[in-house]
Design a protein around this ligand. Structure first.
Ligand SMILES: Nc1ncnc2c1ncn2[C@@H]1O[C@H](COP(=O)(O)OP(=O)(O)O)[C@@H](O)[C@H]1O
Ligand SMILES: [Mg+2]
Length: 221
């Protein structure tokens, strides 16, 4: 038996409650942008990205609300497992594996900027291992990789969590927009070949929501 740690939070650490709040904040953002995500996926996919993300993060929110996590990562592992089991599309296993990897790297009651940077790197590695996409292939990687680079750069410069996460969210949005002129080389959109050019990638768009939700969660006092 482990005793329940008292949740703590200061400017430089994320606690169990903040991890859970991040999942809830993603669910709220996805709820708000569901139709937009589906519209983007109808242009170059099968019009289910909004519903996929909504189903997954709603279920994840319910799952994490029911737990008493004793590490920062516990809620994120549960969220990841829930995404894998509730989302049928490519994005379910990709995001699910990423959240599980992030959670596993946060096996402590609180985590600081450097530890979160390492955890986010583990999340990207998981997506790349499973999906084998590289930057420029017009996927969620094109938002995630620049977001991670910005977070790591800020962490290395001694920034606090909120500043690092805000820089990451800004970079994710730039990366998201950079997918429009790309030709898809992975996933369903790649079947369209050159016809995928000129459309923003749905998964890169939801990844930008994930990082903005992190910035809002860590910036909130
Ligand atoms: N191999 C991959 N690596 C990384 N991301 C991918 C890959 N394949 C697809 N994606 C992402 O998943 C998104 C589509 O998700 P979704 O519509 O939920 O699944 P599906 O394509 O199965 O319908 C794409 O916009 C892209 O960002
Ligand atoms: Mg789809």
């Amino acid at each position: 038996m482990t005793t329940s740690p008292v949740p703590t939070m200061n400017g430089d650490s994320v606690d169990t409650d903040r991890a859970r709040t991040w999942v809830q904040a993603i669910a709220a953002a996805v709820d708000q942008h569901k139709d937009h995500l589906t519209q983007l996926d109808s242009a170059i996919g099968d019009a289910d990205h909004g519903t996929n993300m909504h189903r997954g993060f709603s279920a994840a929110t319910t799952a994490v609300a029911a737990m008493e996590p004793d590490t920062v990562g516990a809620a994120l592992i549960t969220a990841g497992t829930t995404l894998i089991s509730t989302v049928g599309g490519a994005s379910g296993p990709l995001y699910g594996g990423a959240f599980r990897a992030i959670g596993k790297a946060l096996d402590t009651p609180t985590a600081g900027t450097q530890q979160l940077a390492a955890a986010l790197a583990a999340g990207l590695a998981s997506i790349q291992k499973l999906g084998a996409a590289a930057p420029g292939d017009k996927t969620m990687i094109d938002a995630y990789a620049p977001a991670l680079a910005a977070f790591q750069q800020q962490a290395g410069a001694g920034a606090d969590l909120a500043a690092a996460a805000t820089a990451a969210a800004d970079a994710a949005e730039v990366g998201m927009r950079s997918t429009t002129p790309m030709q898809a080389r992975k996933g369903r959109a790649s079947y369209l070949g050159a016809r995928s050019i000129g459309h923003q990638d749905p998964g890169a768009t939801s990844t930008a929501l994930v990082f903005r939700a992190l910035a809002e969660t860590l910036g909130a006092r």
